[in-house]
Design a protein around this ligand. Sequence first.
Ligand code: GDP
Length: 450
Amino acid sequence: IMFATLSDRLADTFKNLRGKGRLSEADIDATAREIRIALLEADVALPVVREFVAAVKERATGAEVSQALNPAQQIVKIVHEELVTILGGETRRLRYAKTGPTVIMLAGLQGAGKTTLAAKLALWLKEQGKSPLLVACDLQRPNAVNQLQVNGGRVGVPVYAPEPGNAGGIEHGGNPVQVAQASIEEAKRKLHDVVIIDTAGRLGIDAELMQQAADIRAAVQPDEVLFVVDAMIGQDAVTTAQAFLDGVGFDGVVLTKLDGDARGGAALSVRSITGKPVMFASSGEKMTDFDLFHPDRMASRILDMGDVMTLIEQAEKAFDADEAAKAAAKMGAGQFTLDDFLKQMQQLRKLGSMTKLMGMLPGMGQFRDQLENFDEREIDRVQAIIQSMTPAERENPKILNGSRRLRIANGAGRTVTDVNSLVDRFGEMQKMMTQMMSGGGMPGMPGMPG
Ligand code: GDP
């Protein structure tokens, strides 16, 4: 889970302050020291650590803390604000061209996740109502063009690539600058409003690679040059970013593989060191594991205040509002059936893994172990049981006698005990729903099994 190391460390630090009416100088020194260790352990670059700790310490000794009703709480607030600052402050959104297609150029090392990211970005743009075109300018790596075509296919976005035999063609050694230029003409002809240019990467920083990217940049004058970097390489990401900044230049950073980065050093350092904002974050193998990078939400996650905004946005995407209203009405009337339950569960599934979802709720840090051990297959088992029931049984579980239960268990490959426990739990849930709804409060989401 993202930032787990830092989250845990900071939580421990704040625990020591809890309940203290006034903070002594020694308290503040100790807190500053612990925050420093927490950041270093998270692999944050040293200059960034120094700056952060100095800022927190200065504010912690000031009036905003000494006059606060709850000084410990005030320290958490300060750390939150300072985290937002080093993560970049305001969310930096994409700038679109005023006329003609918006040109986005991607640069980064091989293996950074550039090709995957190109497709994720294309899908994201499509969801914003744009009509993107992917462009394959990596003509060095033998399989790169093909890989972009495969990824483009997964998200239903066309890929512009040099045709064998053309001037930009692969067997001529390939001229990525020509391909990039031609792709913009192609975009105009086919009415694409965004062009995403995937450039070549190398395993290491390399002058020729930098020159090629710089040439493409000069030729097509992109609206945004995005530097793509693997967050799992930690502080090395900062070194690589600096090299690309000097060699090619870029406007924003995209962090990939955040799902595999428990520490968060790259995310926390790159803005301060390069002066360029993190614009997007990629956090998984699925094409939808991608979003704008929101510094404030990220800071809240680190401090285990939850990321309710993202949760709501995802829910809005996955849930059909009409269906949800119908389900809510049924719940209130005590008519919510196992069939409705199944539908809700399937919608919930579309949101992504339970572990990820729960991780966005405030205060979940203490349950991290349980969350990581949550067995997603439990949901499959519940689904299988409900799907083995007849429509009449789903409508009215009261008719479930012994032989029906045995048939269902066999059909679902489960035991009768599993069936019994699901039916019992559903009965409890129904009771609770009716009580909640008659009390006037509407639950945002249906209760989960388990
Ligand atoms: P490129 O060489 O920069 O084009 O990198 P690729 O797009 O081929 O990605 C390299 C590897 O990283 C592939 O196996 C991807 O599936 C994987 N990958 C890319 N993005 C992510 C991500 O956000 N999370 C995880 N876990 N894997 C990713």
